[in-house]
Design a protein around this ligand. Structure first.
Ligand code: ADP
Ligand code: MG
Length: 249
């Protein structure tokens, strides 16, 4: 159960700003993510989408505004930060699996080291999660022996193994061969249907239409438009979004 009432949003960003030197990468970002919500973030390269993801789990500091997670302001360091990291799963474009660990070890490492769960229990649960993403038979293999789509499903199982309150996906299918995209999206759609809170940076319109509650269009560090997927893809309000959509659709 959540520590705070179901009515409080899981994530609240208020006037968040971030610079890299002279580059103003996040500009007055105001964004609320509700529990169980699936938010798709879409927009041109360099618009700040990855920085936004990284700011939410504090892989990146911010230099203005506040980010509140599960009712608590995010600390820059210390115990709350470690807790936050274990509560927010992250799935990247490059799968980031540990190359010298087996698939099962990749999934059990966090629960054992960070959560202090007994090895046998972590392995039981790890196998369950690997089965769920369709990789059970590969548990004793190493990442390089798996296809990109399989590796990304392992990365999702690894995130789930920590029992996160939310998972951030940063272009999870962008590095995949086209024929492997759907198997990863199917796992994500399943998670969405089970009520996982998700923020997903993706240009996969099919996923957005099927799974997203809301689409946020980001460009030049700003949230330019926020809409339902249906409205956004058929009837974008801003010229900036229309222009972008005309290039990707
Ligand atoms: P997106 O994910 O939408 O493509 P990013 O958040 O990766 O955008 O990047 C936003 C801008 O910030 C880009 O101009 C990028 O070059 C710049 N940037 C990202 N990370 C860094 C960094 N660590 N140092 C300097 N500039 C960065
Ligand atoms: Mg990015």
């Amino acid at each position: 159960m959540t520590e705070n009432g179901a009515a409080t949003p899981l994530v609240v960003l208020a006037d968040v700003n971030k610079h890299f030197g002279n580059l103003h990468v996040l500009r007055d970002i105001n964004l609320t993510i509700s529990r169980g919500e699936v938010l798709v973030v879409i927009g041109p390269s360099g618009g700040g989408k990855s920085t936004l993801c990284r700011a939410i789990n504090r892989l990146e500091t911010i230099d203005g505004g506040t980010i509140t997670f599960d009712g608590q302001p995010l600390a820059a360091e210390g115990k709350t930060l470690a807790k936050l990291r274990s509560e927010v799963g992250m799935v990247f474009q490059s799968f980031n699996l540990f190359a010298h660990k087996t698939i099962l070890e990749n999934v059990t490492l966090g629960p054992i080291k960070v959560r202090g769960i007994a090895k046998a229990e972590a392995e039981r649960r790890g196998m369950e999660l690997l089965e769920r993403v369709g990789i059970g038979a590969q548990a004793s293999k190493y990442p390089a022996q798996l296809s990109g789509g399989q590796q990304q499903r392992v990365a999702i199982a690894r995130a789930l193994a920590m029992d996160p309150k939310m998972i951030l996906f940063d272009e999870p299918t962008s590095a995949l061969d086209p024929e492997m995209v759907q198997e990863v999206l199917d796992v994500m759609i399943g998670l969405a249907q089970e009520g996982m809170t998700m923020m997903v940076v993706t240009h996969e319109m099919g996923f957005a239409r099927r799974a997203a509650n809301r689409v946020v269009f980001m460009a030049e560090g700003q949230i330019v438009e926020e809409n339902t997927p249906e409205e956004f893809f058929t009837n974008a309000r801003t010229d900036r979004a229309k222009d972008f959509l005309s290039k990707i659709l």
